[in-house]
Write a protein that binds this ligand. Structure first.
Ligand code: NIG
Ligand code: FE
Length: 416
């Protein structure tokens, strides 16, 4: 045997090309082979390195027919558990109403909060299941899902329960984030600090005790929470051991990114109005910039996030759907990749890194997810494409031949 193949191989992939997403680049391996043992990748190399008897050394042999294998996509920012619909607001916006105007009149997030509070757990689960299924069909194997359409203890717990139920029901790994500070609920309109107390003193400890979320996010914006309020939530969340994330500088520069950096948050998301000093602080504290071109597109925003600054300061850029009923009802990662290139001027390589290893970084999961290397989770998608750039170029097409999650095959159009 020429290579260090493991003694036991469950699945061996041959006749494939890889974009491994290691070393901050596509890191292409042509005429490759991958061995999977149990839930993890046990060997990565070229077909030439395989011994002559390779057909006999594995349980399952998969001929990828010259397809490309990429790590399953990591969609690091979604809000996919919601009730109701906002297609009426979409139509209002087409006639000129703005997202902020609709929100100020009690629509926007508030209308989804009302519908989500009224929805039964069963209905929320079945609505969200369809969305998770759509993500899986896009080659997403690790989505993050935020709460934030409850804004009271009962409904926030209901949403996070549904997220955990989805995690049990579906093969993908779902990371749950508590976004109780998404917006100020109407019943606290005259008492914003009272709501922050509810989030920090009641909701956070309860969620921690139930172990139903790993991260905490806040929407820091003039239509949501101030810097001081965000700081209070971060302080409480950090002391309970949650990972931190922040929606910041989406509609204005609120200096949220600097606060996220001060707290060593995993990521700062949106960032259209980010200042240079905010970006410098993100760079100093390894905060990932999560780009959400779907929201930029749906809100018809004009100001782009400072991609050149991210490049200059070596800030990793993640790309995510932001799937939500208001600003980004986008269920497609391949369309999101195309938008990241067309709207934010990312290269195909940057966009693909954004949906894999940098998405994993934004969740603190980069040691196990988002790249193809020995020891990583065997979350692999085989694509029937000519080159990885096709995933950005063929806007919205998803030519998936096979999906494997943690060593188990869930979709297979290949003969093997
Ligand atoms: O990521 N920025 C805040 N939250 C969502 C929007 C949610 C909604 O409009 O329902 C976002 O854009
Ligand atoms: Fe969001």
């Amino acid at each position: 045997m020429k290579s260090n193949l493991p003694d036991k191989i469950d699945t061996l992939f041959i006749n494939c090309h890889l974009a491994t997403m290691t070393d901050n680049s596509l890191s292409i391996v042509e005429n490759a082979a991958i061995a999977v043992t149990g839930k993890t990748i046990s060997w990565v190399g070229t077909k030439k390195e395989l011994p002559k008897n390779y057909k006999r050394i594995c349980q399952i042999l998969i001929d990828c027919q010259n397809g490309w294998i990429l790590p399953g996509f990591v969609d690091c920012h979604t809000h996919l558990v919601w009730g109701g619909s906002r297609s009426n607001e979409f139509e209002m916006r087409l006639k000129g109403a703005t997202y902020e105007e609709i929100s100020k009149k009690g629509g926007g997030i508030f209308s989804t909060v009302k519908a989500t509070r009224e929805a039964s757990r069963h209905d929320l689960f079945s609505l969200a299941s369809k969305r998770v299924d759509a993500l899986l069909k896009q080659g997403i194997t690790t989505p993050e899902i935020k709460s934030g359409y409850g804004l009271n203890l009962e409904t926030e717990l209901k949403i996070l329960d549904v997220v955990n139920q989805l995690n049990e029901r579906f093969p993908l790994h779902i990371d749950a984030t508590f976004l109780g500070a998404h917006t100020l609920p109407l019943e606290f309109a005259d008492n914003p600090d009272g709501y922050i107390d509810l989030v920090t003193q009641t909701m956070l400890p309860k969620i921690k005790a139930q172990g139903i979320a790993t991260a905490v996010d806040v929407f820091c914006e003039h239509i949501a929470f101030s810097l001081d309020q965000t700081r209070k939530v971060f302080q409480a969340a950090k002391s309970l051991g949650f990972k931190l994330k922040l929606h910041a500088e989406q509609l204005s520069d609120s200096n949220g990114a600097a606060l996220a950096a001060e707290f060593n948050a995993l990521s700062c998301d949106h960032l259209e109005y980010l200042s240079l000093s905010g970006a410098q602080k993100m760079a100093d504290h390894n905060v990932v910039a999560v780009l959400l071109p779907g929201a930029f597109y749906f809100l018809k925003q004009k100001q782009k996030p400072p991609v050149k600054t991210f490049r200059d300061l070596n800030i990793p850029m993640a790309v995510s759907t932001d799937l939500n009923p208001g600003s980004s009802p986008v269920h497609s990662m391949t369309l999101t990749l195309n938008m990241a290139c067309m709207l934010f001027d990312l290269t195909c390589e940057e966009a693909l890194l954004g949906a894999t290893i940098n998405g994993a970084r934004a969740l603190g999961l980069n040691l196990s997810k988002g790249s193809i290397a020995t020891g990583k989770d065997a979350d692999l998608v085989i694509w029937d494409i000519e080159t990885p750039a096709d995933l950005c170029y063929l806007a919205g097409l998803t030519p998936i031949s096979m999906v494997m999650i943690q060593g188990r095959i869930y979709h297979n159009d290949l003969q093997c």
